[in-house]
Design a protein around this ligand. Structure first.
Ligand code: ZN
Length: 548
């Protein structure tokens, strides 16, 4: 029996998402993303378009083994004036290991007569023949009705006839596509309702939305509300132009708010964030901080008033529990924030503010290069405010913040002590007359009372310093071999004073297992600021892995 609260999820990241400008998946990239989709339990994973390019062919030649997802191949209905069993494109589509195929075809009369230049009836026959033929070769067939909503607005009778031809020929799903992304939620709901009344049950209808009106997620939900039971989309809304409907938002909306069963277990929904990040990783993109549900800022609280309310009950400023999708609450520390933010953040780290001794604070500040007198600092909150005034920004640099707090509590050992360093920059012409810039750094470091000296070469001074420092430290702390610097940002914090202005360097690092942290350094000298952020990054990793 049909379960009316079950909505099937169809991912097209590997096909429609791959159409995006600047995206060029290798077959290995595709396999990696496909495994992630299978891990979380997506019903259908569209691998690509067999016969369209060598990458898709090689992906379908040896697709990753799925535990839960059904591999789906995408292609076109037969061409005009050919029989379905004598169409090479259709042949290629039906001979891959995929037991499910999705065929795209026209449903807008204007597209049929202008783009294809054929009779309206022949298009209907193309749809029906292709579905019938495909069903003799594979287990499950879907029809993507391209431009369905524009077609329906122009000629509802014809658009419905094309969709029904596929349904009556045996298509498991007829997928209504908002190919140009111009439809709005209220139109979506009305048109889907009319299609169901017109004879295709919602249990056999899907929807495929593009985000050109910034409503792809809303449209998909409106279509489900109107009765469709399959939703197509991509991870993080990847897709050409403004993207496809974002499954990373649609799935929790369906499960947590609309009460639908997506086939994804509540436990697996907790992997949503890591699946979303896996795509960013493949694309070498920075995760979007503001992305709903999974962004770093999605559950971040900065305003003092918000934070004190969240501390009482998170529901005050959170629409769902962040852990449901694998995210976490994040109390932002900044000079805009009240004391309650900082106290909440410190409690989250697990420290008792009252346990911090004045002498310890002074000792911590003395290690830093600041312009104020360490003895003037009254408590930890006061120290953070003073440091932010100096140019430190702990909003994002949560690792530096944690280290600062833990240092004040005396919890962070001196893993290493930089005694001195020297950096030499050189620019010269190579033997063939090209400019070369080279940096060489010498560092002297003390670890556990022993002194080490190393030389490193790099493309710039920070790189050379990093190479030299890590030469020393990885021999003592092998865990650091996995440390990767992911991002390096430089900002001038006082624009009025020209080159003597303070520079803030923010470094994002990763441990090779997907965990990232951000550290900050401030100095009038950009190299000094970089070294401070770099040393914090290394210390943070050593502190995190102290028990290993
Ligand atoms: Zn599309």
């Amino acid at each position: 029996m049909e379960n009316s609260s079950r909505v099937y999820i169809y991912d097209t990241t590997l096909r429609d998402g791959a159409q995006t400008q600047g995206v060029d998946f290798s077959a290995a990239d595709k396999a990696r993303i496909a495994r992630e989709l299978d891990r979380i339990g997506i019903d259908y994973v569209e691998g690509g378009w067999p016969g369209a390019n060598p990458t898709d062919d090689s992906f379908f030649a040896s697709p990753p083994p799925f535990k839960r997802s059904r591999l789906t191949a995408f292609g076109m209905t037969r061409r005009a004036g050919r029989s379905a069993d004598n169409d090479p494109g259709l042949g290629a589509l039906l001979t891959t290991p995929a037991r499910v195929v999705t065929m795209v075809g026209k449903s807008w009369d204007f597209q049929v007569t202008v783009a294809l230049g054929i009779e309206l009836d022949e298009n209907i026959r193309m749809v029906a023949d292709s579905v019938r033929h495909a069903l003799t070769k594979v287990e499950e067939v879907m029809f993507d009705a391209e431009h369905f909503f524009d077609g329906y607005k122009a000629n509802p009778t014809y658009a419905l006839a094309a969709a029904k031809a596929a349904y009556e020929a045996g298509a498991r799903w007829v997928v209504l596509c908002d190919t140009n992304g111009g439809t709005l939620p209220h139109e979506m709901e009305r048109i889907v309702g009319e299609v169901i009344k017109g004879g295709i049950p919602g249990s056999h209808l899907g929807v495929h939305c593009h985000n050109d009106s910034d409503t792809a997620v809303a449209n998909s939900l409106a279509a489900v509300k109107a009765g469709v039971r399959q939703v197509q989309g991509t991870l993080n809304g990847l897709g050409e132009r403004c993207g496809n409907a974002n499954l990373v938002s649609i799935i929790p909306n369906l499960m947590l708010k609309m009460g639908f069963d997506t086939g994804i277990a509540v436990e697996d929904l907790k992997n949503l964030l890591s699946v979303s990040r896996a795509l960013d990783e493949v694309l070498d993109r920075h995760p979007s901080r503001g992305q709903p549900y999974v962004g770093a800022s999605a559950f971040a609280h900065k305003g003092g008033l918000h934070v004190s309310a969240v501390a009482k009950d998170p529901k005050c400023y959170e629409h769902v529990d962040p852990t449901a999708v694998g995210n976490m609450r994040h109390i932002v520390v900044s000079d805009q924030a009240g004391r309650s933010n900082m106290v909440a953040r410190m409690t989250e780290i697990g420290v008792d503010l009252d346990a911090v001794k004045r002498d310890a604070l002074v000792a911590v500040v003395e290690q830093m290069q600041v312009t104020f007198d360490p003895r003037e600092v009254t408590d930890l909150v006061d120290l953070v405010k003073r440091l932010e005034h100096e140019g430190y920004a702990y909003d994002q640099a949560t690792a530096s913040f944690e280290l600062l707090v833990r240092r004040a509590l005396g919890e962070v050992p001196d893993y290493f002590r930089l005694e001195r360093y020297r950096v030499i920059d050189e620019r010269r012409r190579s033997a063939i007359g090209e400019w070369i810039t080279l940096s060489e750094a010498t560092v002297k470091v003390e670890v556990d009372g022993k002194e080490y000296m190393e030389v490193g070469e790099g493309t710039g001074p920070v790189h050379a310093f990093d190479v030299a420092l890590r030469k020393v430290l990885t021999t003592v702390y092998p865990v650091l071999t996995a440390l990767e610097l992911k991002d390096y940002r430089v900002r001038i914090t006082e624009s009025t004073v020209g080159t003597s202005a303070k520079t803030r360097v923010t470094i994002e690092s990763e441990d090779g297992k997907g965990h990232r942290w951000t550290t900050v350094g401030v100095h009038t000298n950009v190299l000094e600021a970089s070294l401070e952020a770099l040393q914090d990054s290394i210390t943070f990793m050593l502190f995190r892995y102290r028990d290993l």
